[in-house]
Design a protein around this ligand. Structure first.
Ligand SMILES: [Zn+2]
Length: 73
């Protein structure tokens, strides 16, 4: 079960809760009983190929006379 970090905006305490992902966005209550808490973004190492590389198109050269007539194959 993943762990989520929360921070209380009333007393500034940080605490963590274990809850299912379905409950990740549910409001959490501070251990001191304050309902005004925010969920902290946990440090998740996300690695991925995010940069899309557009390969340059090769210039279309002028057709020669060789392969046009079937002499090469
Ligand atoms: Zn609190």
């Amino acid at each position: 079960m993943p762990r989520y970090d929360f921070r209380c905006r009333s007393c500034g305490a940080t605490f963590e809760l274990r809850r299912t992902m379905a409950q990740a966005n549910d409001p959490a209550v501070c251990p001191q009983g304050h309902p005004d808490t925010v969920k902290l973004l946990s440090t998740v190492a996300v690695t991925g190929a995010a940069s899309g590389s557009a390969a340059p198109q090769p210039p279309s050269g002028g057709g020669g006379g060789c392969c046009g007539g079937g002499c090469c194959g």
